[in-house]
Design a binder for this molecule. Structure first.
Ligand code: HAM
Length: 429
């Protein structure tokens, strides 16, 4: 029989790694709470039309990378429906915003999410087919200030704080504006026209993109193409005055708050819903897939999927990439348990379970050995996972006085059962 394995591009995360994942998520939740974000959980699959309309039919994500299937009708009353595993979560959050009429409160909605996304991309380091995003969206009616450049700056300042609190040093914030919904198509035509005369000398991918999606030419990494790309018209020159002013105000607020950034004229992003501010935080340690996170403003997305006017701005961080970056920056931390209980003989197993129950209920972390183990084996097992071993033989069970050995000092002490929790807690520091 062939051995079954995890599907290409998906991974098992084992306890040695999940500790770091949990720490990242806990830090993100704590920071989001300080900025008044609440958690939203949306389904992992949605109507395919949501992504086709929201993210854009012509984007790589929708045209090549989605896991889509025809969901069969189970009853005559049901229709066959095209469903898709979410490749990103902004469209789902905006769908939920519309469905639950969150805009009617008149307040800005500040929502965050943590969860898996799915894209059929070519797997490589930092790029998976199932990956996890930690993201947030600020969305609401214009009267609630959802269009204000202050919101863009606040989101970016929050990201800088979150990365700092995670201990990720060396990030670079790249910032651009892709202008209003009318600026973008105008720029695409300018770009298409400029590409006509040079694209014949560029790589085959660029030749194809010049036809299908000229903005993607700006993502090309082929060294020989760079001089041609650098000479192409910049989107900044196609922006209307209102978009220029908006961008200038975002930059001014970031300057005032002391958040460093670089202007990147080529940052147009791969999703069609973006308007005005776009950004990415990159990290040199990641190699080819160097975007730790990406985001931007999407002032027309709600209307695009049938909702009211509800401008918004948000981002998604690649959690897998945060983990890779932190693993490279810090040495792995091993957390030892408070104690390992070694029952001496199988007759002591029930007593050991009872003692473990008492201690665990008092908040101590305990591993339970087995009375069938030889003493040497118990010591070896205990030394790997815990700071101390508690020996529990017949004498100890009867007298209620237990032998506790601390591994770091080698000191062995007799401790009354009633004092055990306090003794173990005191030895933590
Ligand atoms: P995105 O740039 O497609 O934007 O993805 C955001 C981040 O998710 C990337 O910067 C990267 O860290 C991570 N990521 C994307 N694809 C993969 C993959 N195959 N494997 C591992 N990590 C990956 C969005 O998804 C937008 N929804 C962000 C947003 C929110 N814009 C506004 N609000």
């Amino acid at each position: 029989m062939t051995t079954l394995k995890a599907i290409r591009g998906t991974r098992d995360l084992l306890p040695a790694e999940t500790g770091l994942w949990n720490r990242i998520e806990a830090t993100a939740r704590a920071v989001f709470a300080r900025y008044n974000f609440g958690e939203i959980r949306t389904p992992v699959f949605e109507d395919t039309a949501l992504f086709a309309r929201g993210v854009g039919e012509e984007t790589d994500i929708v045209s090549k990378e989605m896991y889509t299937w025809e969901d069969r009708a189970r009853a005559q009353s049901e229709k066959t429906q095209s469903l898709t595993l979410r490749p990103e979560n902004t469209a789902g959050v905006v769908r939920a915003y519309i469905e639950h009429k969150l805009g009617e409160s008149g307040q800005l909605q500040k929502l965050y999410y943590i969860g898996p996304q799915f894209r059929r991309e070519r797997p490589q380091r930092g790029r998976y087919r199932q990956f996890s995003q930690i993201g947030a969206e600020v969305i609401g009616p214009v009267s609630a200030g959802s269009e204000s450049p202050l919101r863009d700056a606040e989101v970016l300042e929050m990201l800088a704080t979150l990365l700092d609190e995670l201990g990720i040093s060396g990030w670079v914030l790249k910032l651009n504006s892709v202008g209003s919904a009318t600026d973008r198509p105008k720029y695409i035509e300018t770009l298409r026209a400029a590409l006509l005369s040079v694209v014949g000398q560029m790589c085959p991918d660029c030749q194809r993109r010049a036809e299908t999606n000229p903005l993607r030419v700006l993502d090309c990494k082929v060294p020989e193409d760079q001089p041609f790309i650098d000479a192409l018209p910049k989107i900044a020159d196609s922006l209307d005055q209102a978009s220029r002013d908006h961008f200038a105000q975002v930059c001014a607020a970031l300057d005032a708050a002391g958040v460093p950034y670089e202007r990147d004229h080529r940052l147009v992003r791969g999703l069609d819903y973006y308007t005005r501010t776009t950004f990415e935080f990159t990290h040199g340690g990641l190699g080819a897939q160097n975007a730790l996170l990406g985001g931007g403003r999407y002032d027309g997305l709600s209307e695009l999927i049938g909702g009211p006017k509800a401008p918004g701005i948000g981002f998604a961080m690649g959690e897998d990439r945060l983990v890779l970056t932190l693993q490279a920056l810090e040495s792995p931390k091993i957390t030892l348990l408070d104690a390992y209980i070694a029952p001496l003989g199988e007759a002591q197993n029930p007593v050991a379970l009872t003692l473990a129950r008492e201690l665990r209920r008092q908040g101590l972390s305990i591993e339970l050995g087995d009375g069938s183990f030889r003493l040497k084996k118990s010591f070896e097992a205990a030394d790997k996972v815990a700071r101390a071993i508690i020996l529990l033989g017949e004498d100890e069970a009867q007298s209620g006085i237990l032998t506790v050995k601390q591994f770091s000092s080698g000191v062995q002490t007799k401790v009354a059962r009633a004092d055990l929790a306090a003794h173990l807690t005191a030895s933590r520091s």
